[in-house]
Design a protein. Structure first.
Length: 138
C-alpha cells in the first residue's frame, strides 16, 4: 500500500478534506494522513459539512502536528497551502513531493451559505486534482 501525507499549516480544512478524498479515491491502494506545521487544534465545521455532502465523514478527524510524522516515510507528500498566505512545511521523509496550492476556505466570509460556496469549490478542486493524479499513475 502506498502512503501519502498532505501538509498544510493549520490542518483544519484543505488537508483534512484532501486526506479523506485521497482515502476515498485511492480505492484501498493508498493510506492517507494529513498534518499541519501549526495545527489549529480543530477540524473546521464547514469542512466537515462539505465532506458530508459527498457522504464522507470527517467529524472524528483531529488536527495533527507534522512532528508526529517526521520519522515516517511516505511515497508522496503534498503541500496544499497557498504560498502567498502561508509558509508550507518541508518534509524530508518523502520519495516525491508536490505543491498543489488551494485557496484557504477558512478565509471565507459572509453567511454560512456564502462560506459553503467557497468550501465546496475548494473541496471540488482538491477532488479533481487528486483524481487526475491517481488516473495519471494507473
Amino acid at each position: 500500500m502506498k502512503r501519502v501525507l498532505i501538509l498544510c499549516t493549520g490542518n483544519s480544512c484543505r488537508s483534512q478534506m484532501a486526506e479523506a478524498l485521497w482515502e476515498s479515491l485511492g480505492n484501498g491502494a493508498w493510506e492517507s494522513e494529513s498534518a499541519g506545521s501549526k495545527p489549529s487544534g480543530y477540524v473546521h465545521p464547514l469542512a466537515i459539512k462539505a465532506m458530508q455532502e459527498l457522504n464522507i465523514d470527517i467529524s472524528s478527524h483531529q488536527s495533527k502536528s507534522l512532528e508526529q510524522f517526521r520519522d515516517q516515510n511516505f511515497d508522496l507528500v503534498v503541500t496544499v497551502c497557498d504560498n502567498a498566505k502561508e509558509s508550507c512545511p518541508v518534509f524530508t521523509g518523502a520519495q516525491q513531493t508536490f505543491h498543489w496550492p488551494f485557496d484557504d476556505p477558512a478565509d471565507a466570509t459572509g453567511t454560512e451559505e456564502e462560506q459553503m460556496v467557497f468550501f465546496r469549490r475548494v473541496r471540488d478542486e482538491i477532488q479533481n486534482k487528486i483524481s487526475t493524479y491517481l488516473t495519471s499513475i494507473s
